[in-house]
Design a protein around this ligand. Structure first.
Ligand code: HEM
Length: 448
């Protein structure tokens, strides 16, 4: 195989030969050949943090069969009210009356609270805090150098993963009792469903398998959505004309609602421009850079021979910034998503094919509910810029090329009768913004 080409190139990751696919045709090739020429693959380091106890491929397929019931649009409709309640209380407790806030950790807290509530009906703040602490140690270790020595991030991640599993096992045990005593129903949440569902032979899922699957969902839905949210906040602060359009769209919904009325499915459908903004943020800053596959037989792609056993990597950023598909690729332009939107296989923040993210719709809802609650409460500006290497979501670069992990923003005012905020600032990593904005009180219907 050649070393370089615009279609794909060869490299090595942790000693493994890897063919990196660069263009839409490469995405299409990988996404359409799942389980024919390629299959999902993770580096050994990841397998060490999430040790498989049974046939991992079968388990993944099983999870995919289970999820639609909870993550398809119809099922998600019933989550919107809860998402709104969680968002309201999250903003009230973590954002309001603050001088400055760091966006990424708070966005993570919001998505984590939601996942705990919607996947496991977990509301006990102490229990969630214990989980959260372990996740803070787990996630950075997944992308760290795999040195399993005390004190190293990788070692901490292995330990955290074991602690989380133990905590999940306790929750599962209690839930089994609740189900037996009919304190809860089998349709209450994903956990109850997993505990009651049987396979073709009538066997229930093993408790440890369930713990692993819930862990997988918490991981899958945790950092990704919070990165997307963080960059939405960032771009809205950077681009006032985009902010104004989002603001108008959201305020129309605010005005249409009675005091305290929760968001519903129809409201979400009206948030088209806001979703295009989120899509554009994910185009420029894909929360997941891409995914690995393994060749399960020899094949030739674009004239290159790929031997069985080689690893392959598709990545979102290369097509997202290709000027053939996205003119002026560096420009933030949500209108790209109007009409038919980007050409197939060019815009892939959620992947594609059989392994496409099953949490896409769920993520859309939690991002939009977040934007609604943010925009109706605050106006904010960049307040400072500081390069920091800590808390970097997967080593991302800020749009200005600086290492970016914390977005700090300052809010200057509350809207619509909410208690005024004295200079709340939101810190995104790598971007320092000054909070100078004095916005007028805007009448927009009763505050919640
Ligand atoms: C903005 C938010 C999100 C982004 C950008 C995202 C992105 C992705 C991508 C690119 C993949 C495919 C990886 C591959 O092809 O190898 C994936 C898989 C997955 N995602 Fe998401 N995701 C998001 C949110 C979520 C949420 C909220 C959940 C859970 C509710 C979730 C659960 C999963 C799971 C379980 C998989 C593995 C699917 C499989 O292997 O078959 N994701 N995600």
């Amino acid at each position: 195989m050649n070393k370089f080409s615009t279609e794909c190139f060869k490299t090595s990751i942790l000693g493994e030969p890897v063919a990196v696919m660069c263009r839409a045709a490469g995405n299409k090739f990988l996404f359409s050949n799942e389980d024919k020429l390629v299959t999902g693959w993770w580096p050994d380091s990841v397998k060490k943090i999430f040790p498989a106890r049974s046939d991992q491929k079968e388990e993944t397929k099983r999870l995919r069969r289970l999820l639609p019931q909870f993550l398809k649009p119809e099922a998600l409709k019933s989550y919107i009210g809860t998402m709104d309640i969680v968002a309201r209380s999250h903003f009230a407790s973590a954002w309001e009356n603050k001088e400055e806030v760091v966006v990424f950790p708070l966005a993570k807290r919001y998505t984590f609270l939601l996942a705990c509530r919607l996947f496991m009906s977990l509301e006990d703040s102490n229990c969630i805090a214990r989980f959260d602490h372990s996740f803070q140690l787990l996630v950075p270790g997944i992308f760290s150098i795999p040195i399993d020595l005390p004190g190293m991030p990788f070692n901490r991640a292995i330990k955290a993963s074991n602690i989380i599993r133990k905590q999940l096992m306790k929750i599962i045990k209690q839930r089994k009792i609740d189900l037996a005593e009919k304190v809860t129903t089998q349709t209450q949440d994903i956990l109850s469903h997993m505990l009651t569902v049987t396979d073709d032979q009538g066997y229930h899922m093993d408790d440890l398998d369930i713990a692993d699957k819930i862990l997988g969902l918490l991981i899958g839905g945790h950092d990704t959505t919070s990165i997307a949210i963080t960059f939405v906040v960032f771009y809205l602060a950077e681009l006032p004309h985009i902010y104004n359009m989002v603001y108008e769209e959201q305020m129309e919904i605010v005005r249409s609602k009675a005091s305290g009325e929760l968001l519903n499915w129809d409201d979400i459908q009206k948030m088209k421009y806001s979703w295009n903004v989120a899509c554009e943020a994910m185009r420029l800053m894909p929360p997941l850079q891409g995914g690995f596959r393994e060749a399960i037989q020899n094949f030739t792609y674009a004239g290159f021979f790929v031997p069985k056993g080689w690893k392959l990597y598709w990545n979102a950023y290369s097509t997202h910034t290709d000027c053939e598909y996205f003119p002026e690729p560096e420009k933030f332009d949500p209108t790209r998503f109007e009409g038919n939107g980007p050409a197939p296989y060019t815009y892939v923040p959620f992947g594609g094919g059989p392994k496409m993210c099953p949490g896409k719709e769920y993520a859309r809802l939690e991002i939009l509910v977040f934007i609604y609650n943010l925009v109706k409460r605050f106006k904010w500006e960049k307040c400072s810029f500081e390069e920091t290497k800590d808390e970097i979501p997967q080593g991302k670069k800020s749009p200005r090329g600086a290492v970016s992990s914390e977005v700090v923003v300052k809010f200057s005012s509350a809207l619509g009768g909410l208690p005024p905020i004295s200079g709340l600032s939101v810190l995104w990593s790598g971007l320092n913004w000054a909070v100078l904005m004095d916005i007028e009180q805007i009448l927009m219907g009763p505050a919640d």
